[in-house]
Ligand binder design. Sequence first.
Ligand SMILES: [Zn+2]
Length: 389
Amino acid sequence: MEEPNNFRLSRLSRREAIQAGAGALLGSAAILAGAGGLAELSAQGPAPVQPTPPPATDPNYPMPPVWNRELRQLAPNVYAYVQGGGPGISAAGVSNPGMIAGSDYLLAIDATQGPIPAAAFIAASKQATGRDFGRLVNTHHHGDHVNGNQFFTHAEILSHPYCRDECVKAAATTPKVWDKIPGVAEGTEPRKLVPPSVTFKDDLTYFIGGTEVQFKFAGPAHTWGDMMAYLPQYKILFAGDIGFFWVAPYANNSFITKWIETCDKIAGWDVDVIVPGHGPIGGKKELAEMANYFRVLGVEARKRYDAKMTPGAAAAEIRLGRFDNWIGPERLIMDVVRWYEEWDSTLTPDYNAMAVREATIEYNQVKAGQKKMGETIPLSRMEALADPC
Ligand SMILES: [Zn+2]
């Protein structure tokens, strides 16, 4: 979301975090965060967000593939609009929507994150089918899945109630014009966050164009409102952000233990193809690997939690072996913070912006002390991740 959640004192919005950080944290941030972090803290407004740091390239482990942007047909009337990505391509935050063609209208699974990808997805879908979107189901409230809602002008929009609530909150502070973001928005388009108008809590099934589409509640996992779409005829699962393949999973609003349980549950389903929210199309093997990311991280983080290390210092020490090559390595910090909150029993559905910020500063301090400046994480990057992308 553009402005995440509602916050208690320790849970601030992105803007509040920046304002608070400008006073309390400016000293250490100025030394350690580099120009991007400093500018982000200044009163002049946000600096351009630095790109995702390149992942480590450990030759002992496989590198993520490069995959292309395409509307890919998976079965009769079933498509995934896969966003391109790969090492060195700054697209870790670009989400993959899905499309099911009925005889009268198209059903979208997610709306992408802005005018450019939404227009491309809509145009490709119309070209392939000759029809327009009549329904749109948001898998969860993160901006890269709901910010494009406004462009599905003829579609009824549905989601879990939690997703709708978060959208309603965010809509109140959504800017009136899109910021210029390469590949996402030109910066002149009128902007409006359109919340879902229909909610459902558990399962909901569409029968359209001869296709059975079972929406299933999967949360709390990635968020407290996750929906997935299962197509039993074709053994296809649109997993939303339950799936991150070759991309480090984003856990800022997550209940990681439950998320792993959801992955384990899917392992028992009759599924051959999984369209993840982020990364190339895969299957159960890739989903199990993502769960393993959290398991390996959980073991490493727990040792340091028990040793009373802070999350930032712990994250700076942790190596994940084959997962260190995954795209978006800076997410390890937020994911450690989230594990700690679970163990401290302080977990809520909200994103703890201050905790992630403090952990990032400490992480950078450790890296700077080790003269590993190339591994420091620009604070602007972490601020940008407050808007899940
Ligand atoms: Zn998400």
